[in-house]
Design a protein around this ligand. Structure first.
Ligand SMILES: CC(C)(COP(=O)(O)OP(=O)(O)OC[C@H]1O[C@@H](n2cnc3c(N)ncnc32)[C@H](O)[C@@H]1OP(=O)(O)O)[C@@H](O)C(=O)NCCC(=O)NCCS
Length: 169
């Protein structure tokens, strides 16, 4: 079964190689990259999954972002992704293990909404991410609205409208 360790313990080159294998080469043009442009991933919430032989099988990264509402107020959020598992080890539980490690590391005393661009069929079914609350949100690039997902204990507190971008604290 997966061995979960902090992502900071992995050589950054290996992370890039894994992401190149899990996603198409144009991945750096993806809208998710623009949402967190210029910020670093959060070491306390980002993990690597190693397989039984100690090889890197998957990664998850989390970034500090904000939804800026129509009044210019920045609502802090956490952008989840990429979640990536090497093609030959997909559907063996590594993705779920990475998500569980991340969710388990969140500070329950200061819950922030989690946002991501992904399949609701996966992230909704297993992890309560939903597209409905984000339908008035904008992002800095093209996105299929059905893939802009949020997980929030109380969606009623989320701004209806706003622009997602990096956290400028
Ligand atoms: C999406 C991803 C992270 C899932 O991780 P994984 O280790 O392959 O999947 P898990 O073993 O955790 O979960 C398997 C279950 O999820 C389902 N599943 C996997 N990917 C799915 C998807 N895109 N949509 C719907 N269901 C999906 C499987 O059918 C399986 O269902 P079952 O338990 O009923 O058999 C992985 O497949 C991946 O890296 N894909 C390519 C990159 C990507 O698209 N990342 C997400 C966007 S950031």
């Amino acid at each position: 079964m997966a061995d979960l360790i902090p992502l900071a313990e992995i050589d950054p080159q290996l992370i890039e190689q894994l992401l190149d294998r899990a996603f198409e080469p144009e991945r750096r043009q993806r809208t998710a990259y623009r949402i967190r442009d210029g910020v670093d991933w959060l070491p306390g919430l980002s993990f690597a999954a190693l397989d039984e032989d100690g090889y890197l099988a998957g990664t998850i990264q989390v970034w500090p972002v904000a939804l800026t509402d129509d009044d210019g107020r920045a609502h802090p959020m956490l952008l989840v992704g990429p979640v990536a598992v090497v093609p030959e080890r997909q559907t063996e539980g590594f993705g779920k293990a990475l998500m569980m490690a991340m969710l388990g590391a969140l500070d329950a005393r200061a819950p922030l909404p989690l946002v991501m661009i992904g399949d609701e069929a996966y992230y909704g079914r297993f992890f309560q991410f939903h597209a409905a609350p984000t339908q008035g949100w904008q992002v800095p690039g093209p996105v299929d609205p059905a893939r802009l997902l949020v997980r929030c204990e109380n969606p009623a507190v989320l701004p209806r409208r706003g622009m997602l971008g990096p956290w400028r604290g």
